[in-house]
Design a protein around this ligand. Structure first.
Ligand code: SF4
Length: 80
């Protein structure tokens, strides 16, 4: 599979307060995200693969782009 990849090291950050459990992310990148109920009964995103390989970057970028609440951020990590 081809598609855009993310150069260099990065980490995935999620804002659980803003997540409304739509599950768009899990649709775009099911190997990276899932949606589960938290202990208060709210559906929230869960990161199941914090270090996805390049072949999953395209789905990750789509999840970032299409999350309705802009919950997902990719933060570059200085690996020098
Ligand atoms: S698409 Fe965004 S708001 Fe919906 S479950 Fe995923 S992170 Fe949460």
């Amino acid at each position: 599979m081809t598609g855009p990849t993310i150069e260099g090291k990065f980490r995935i950050e999620l804002d659980f307060d803003l997540c409304q459990g739509h599950g768009v992310c899990a649709g775009d990148a099911p190997e990276i995200f899932t949606v589960l109920e938290n202990r208060l009964g709210y559906a929230k995103v869960r990161l199941i693969n914090p270090d996805p390989p390049p072949e999953l970057h395209s789905g990750l970028l789509n999840a970032v782009k299409y999350c309705p609440n802009r919950v997902i951020r990719i933060v570059k990590v200085d690996d020098s």
